[in-house]
Design a protein around this ligand. Structure first.
Ligand SMILES: [Fe+2]
Ligand SMILES: [Fe+2]
Length: 440
């Protein structure tokens, strides 16, 4: 198990471990709390590698937990401070010399770093497919492995790629791509030295927002909401808020989403845009309101990885009966699961958890998980629910909004009370203004 909330360093470490040690099973965690929880549910981890520089909490919590239970799991700690990654050794502060683990560290750190293997004409190093999400081109070729001796080139140096390229392999069950071993060190170092996500600057703003959303959701789902994820989310939300002010991008965004392929990220990007535009319309212009709604947009459905579940809405709830009970349960719990996921950022972004936990409530109290009515739902959650309904309906029409009024007419009768009414009017203005500007 590796505990580090510095995503870039943790990824560098994992890539290096996998390159040096071959088949290993690494579980990455980003908080002491999760580390303890995972360890308690599966006490068979063979070793524990932890950063001493966690931004929140401390490795000492884990250490003390292990000591109080008298666990003997070996561990290594390290500090990123003043680290020169070109040095052959990382500055480990503690090593357990007793068992297997010392073999493991020996093998890892006595091998000079990144030496080219002397065997064979060309050697390849495997790298987790997930890491390539951070970039959009590489300055060396990329390969897929067919069998032990056969590798095919799938990307040329400097050739641009996007999420669709990676998803194609992901869908085929491919978890690793390959680089020539001589290129490995360059790639590993770029995991640490480059920004957490590098966007293709030649893309239009809307496409960048869509891709960034997709990346942030991927990260949040696999490693949780780490400081790097929060920073990227903040940047993405800021960008979308600025775009929303321009007022002309709804239609442009919809055109892009029409071509898009990933339901969750398209859904989130559009929601983020729409909630910001509605706030402007309502005069709820404090940055914080838009930010909270933006963060809720990004993370509200994150646990719904099954696309069949993700598209279910309050008008199609009956469709849930077709699913087995565990899936149905997962759907009904997703607002609370999502709220739980953002718990760690609620100090900086208060109410994001409330908006997420209430996003399937309805004005008449027929929603879930609480069954609250318009009197009991917070204003920001009301705005979110109205925007969310519009986005679901837009999706059902494949984002063809030549007649947005039809959607608005269908929605009108649903939102006649309290904050819902104000929010519905704001939605109407935002959508029709955009429509008018498009026609001009
Ligand atoms: Fe949603
Ligand atoms: Fe949802």
């Amino acid at each position: 198990m590796i505990l580090d909330d510095n995503d870039r360093f943790r990824q560098f470490l994992i890539a290096t471990l996998e390159e040096r040690l071959g088949e290993i099973d690494v579980v990455e965690v980003t908080s002491a709390r999760t580390a303890i929880m995972l360890f308690e549910s599966d006490p068979y981890f063979q070793g524990f590698i932890a950063s001493l520089d966690l931004k929140k909490g401390s490795f000492m919590e884990v250490f003390q937990h292990f000591r109080s239970r008298e666990y003997t799991v070996p561990f290594i700690t390290y500090s990123n401070e003043d680290q020169d990654l070109n040095l052959p050794h990382l500055p480990f502060l503690h090593k357990d010399e007793k068992d297997q683990f010392s073999q493991f560290t020996k093998k890892l750190f006595e091998t000079p770093p990144f030496v080219q293997s002397p065997h064979g004409p060309e050697q390849y190093s495997r790298i987790r497919l997930f890491f390539f999400w951070r970039f959009h081109k590489l300055d060396f070729p990329l390969y897929v492995r067919l069998n032990d001796d056969k590798y095919v080139k799938v990307l040329n140096p400097d050739e641009h790629y996007g999420p669709e390229f990676l998803e194609k392999y992901h869908d085929k069950g491919i978890d690793y791509l390959y680089v020539r071993s001589q290129d490995f060190s360059k790639f590993a170092l770029s995991l640490y030295k480059k920004p957490i996500v590098e966007m293709d600057e030649t893309l239009p703003e809307e496409e960048k927002a869509r891709r960034k959303t997709q990346f942030i959701q991927h990260m949040a789902l696999t490693v949780g909401i780490t400081p790097d994820v929060v920073e990227s989310a903040q940047e993405n939300v800021d960008g979308i808020i600025a775009e929303a002010k321009e007022r002309k991008t709804l239609i442009k965004l919809l055109h892009i989403l029409e071509k898009g392929s990933t339901y969750n990220s398209d859904h989130a990007t559009l929601l983020c845009y729409l909630t910001a535009a509605m706030c402007d319309e309502l005069g709820w212009t404090t940055r914080r309101s838009k930010e909270k709604l933006g963060f809720a947009s990004l993370f509200h459905d994150i646990s719904l990885t099954d696309p069949r579940l993700a598209v279910v809405n309050y008008r199609s709830l009956k469709a849930l009966d077709r699913f087995e009970s565990t899936l149905k349960q997962r759907y009904l719990e997703h607002p609370l699961k999502g709220a739980d996921l953002v718990l760690e950022i609620t100090n900086e972004y208060p109410q994001v958890d409330t908006i997420i936990s209430q996003h399937h409530e309805r004005p008449d109290g027929s929603g879930f998980p609480y069954g609250r009515d318009f009197n009991q739902i917070t204003p920001l959650a009301c705005l979110f629910i109205v925007a969310h309904d519009f986005v679901s309906r837009a999706y059902e029409r494949n984002f063809d909004l030549t007649k947005p009024q039809e959607i608005l007419d269908d929605m009108l009768g649903e939102y006649t009370q309290g904050h819902f009414m104000k929010c519905m009017i704001a939605l109407q203005t935002v959508v029709t203004k955009n429509q008018l500007e498009e026609q001009i």
